[in-house]
Design a protein around this ligand. Sequence first.
Ligand code: FE2
Ligand code: FE2
Length: 275
Amino acid sequence: MPQSLAEMAAEVLCTSDAREKTDLSRRHAARWFAARDGESEPVMIGTATPPLHPARPDRPELLSPRDVPRRRPGSPAGRIALLHAVAHIELNAVDLHWDIIARFSRTPMPMGFYDDWVKAADEESKHFQLVCGCLQELGSDYGELPAHAGMWRAAEDTRDDLMGRLAVVPMVLEARGLDVTPDMIDVFRKAGLTGPVAALETIYAEEVGHVAYGSKWFNFLCGRHDLDPKAEFHRLVRSYFHSTLKPPFNEEKRAEAGLPPDFYWPLSEPASTSG
Ligand SMILES: [Fe+2]
Ligand SMILES: [Fe+2]
């Protein structure tokens, strides 16, 4: 039997070397889209049981966020640290998008759901490789600095809840990326570093799509279960996300991704106990 999409997803999740993981991710995405375009044998969705934690390289060393050293963003070391943190986020995102495919492969979804997450996983793989290229040009590489442990927490917390996964991962965490990326681009523009500026601009443009896929499929599932999307979003984020959302929000890009202000503003304050 040819490998199913869920099995391809699990294979990426079980690959520890970052370069191999992202190369495999791109090859699987190409195979999926060739099949979808009718250029090769169809690929079944299939089922798989992904690992609870994806395989990762031995380096970087993973530290609790409070132990990751902070560096001045305007210094060369600070810029390398910033890119290193972005690379780590992108690698985590590769696993997150394949995980949503494998983990929820027993929930019947329209084909467009798989198209969207395969495309997102392919883009994250490209983002990781772009940012690694920038790190190498600055004399560093992914793995040379410590990185945040605990990035997989959102995936673990929502491993049994597809709507919770969509609410927290694309609609909260990836939407946060839209808020912070313009300032990051500025850091590199001020330093005259055109490579990182171009890489971050690609990331910024493509991340809008990932947030949009999240809100599209979240709304779809609310419709399937006859739920009010806004109330359900607030309930799920409050139960799975362990913090409030931090303004300022990028209202422009969030709107482009289908996230209206009344979804996120109420979550920037602690939930009122009076109900
Ligand atoms: Fe990305
Ligand atoms: Fe993304």
